[in-house]
Design a protein around this ligand. Structure first.
Ligand SMILES: Cc1cc2nc3c(=O)[nH]c(=O)nc-3n(C[C@H](O)[C@H](O)[C@H](O)COP(=O)(O)O)c2cc1C
Length: 258
């Protein structure tokens, strides 16, 4: 089963998604670009409350310890951050959780909820695995926890720019019998792939693949795979899975991951 619950009011992100039609949802994804330069405007008021509420929801849902760390420019004052073109990053989401095999994928999946929610609230973001200083972050990391990576967040000095994406055909596999007579793939799978194609990935590598299968019980099923990647493959997979679910679920919820 997909992980997005039917209860649309469960969190600010669910409410946001429920208020959007398919085109608006894809529009939100299309207009999000990584932004690495921010102005001094603090995150506060209703915007802050929405983000904190969503973080609490994600942490409860997945057993994570995600934190919004505000006014902590020290995490981005090192040479790596400057080399990576980061300017005036004052806030970040610290993606922290118990060490384990599923941590990276969970960070990708729940972190991207925060990225899209932030974007819908007029904020800008950039996923950051390498070009920041973990030791400079004020995030709390427990004894058995790992600080996997972070997401820079704030009001950008620009809106970033679009990057080239791979054609959908390179990102999925659909076996012949599942195609309709006209050769079309099922519309919910196509909607999922259009959304997955827009998922940000480390170094824009897009090393994931979605395979459509029909098992013995005939429930349409999707196998999501992280292909060998230079880094962050499982995190990227989590991000892409969130996008796929969001897109596919606008057409049909009658499918599951295997
Ligand atoms: C898991 C992950 C890690 C990333 N790490 C970094 C990083 O360390 N430094 C950086 O400048 N950008 C980083 N990025 C941003 C990617 O370069 C960016 O998302 C990608 O090039 C696609 O561009 P877009 O986000 O504008 O669509 C990361 C992205 C992801 C998803």
């Amino acid at each position: 089963m997909t992980r997005i619950p039917d209860n649309a009011a469960a969190s600010p992100f669910e409410a946001c998604v429920a208020s959007l039609g398919y085109q608006e949802l894809v529009g939100l994804m299309k207009s999000r670009h990584s932004v690495r330069s921010f102005d001094d405007r603090p995150i506060e008021g209703e915007t802050l409350a929405e983000l904190e509420h969503e973080i609490d929801w994600c942490n409860a849902q997945a057993g994570l310890s995600i934190q919004l760390v505000r006014d902590n420019p020290e995490a981005f004052d090192g040479a790596l951050a400057k080399y990576g073109s980061f300017r005036n990053v004052r806030n970040h989401f610290a993606l922290v959780g118990l060490k384990g095999a599923s941590l990276d994928e969970h960070c990708g999946y729940y972190g991207e909820r925060l990225v899209l929610l932030s974007h819908s609230l007029g904020l800008n973001t950039c996923w950051v695995a390498l070009t920041f200083r973990k030791g400079g972050s004020a995030a709390q990391v427990g004894e058995h926890e790992k600080f996997a990576l972070c997401i820079a967040v704030g009001y950008g000095t620009d809106q970033g720019r679009a990057h080239k994406v791979k054609p959908v055909e390179q990102l999925c596999r659909v076996s012949k019998p599942l195609r309709s007579d006209s050769g079309e793939i099922p519309s919910w799978f196509a909607a999922g792939m259009d959304a997955a194609q827009l998922a940000p990935t480390a170094m824009n590598q897009q090393r994931f693949r979605f395979e459509l299968e029909t098992p013995a019980d005939h429930t349409p099923s999707v196998r999501a795979i992280a292909l060998p990647a230079l880094s962050c493959g499982k995190i990227d997979l989590g991000i892409a899975k969130l996008h796929f679910e969001l897109g596919a679920n606008t057409v049909s919820r009658d499918w599951r991951y295997v």
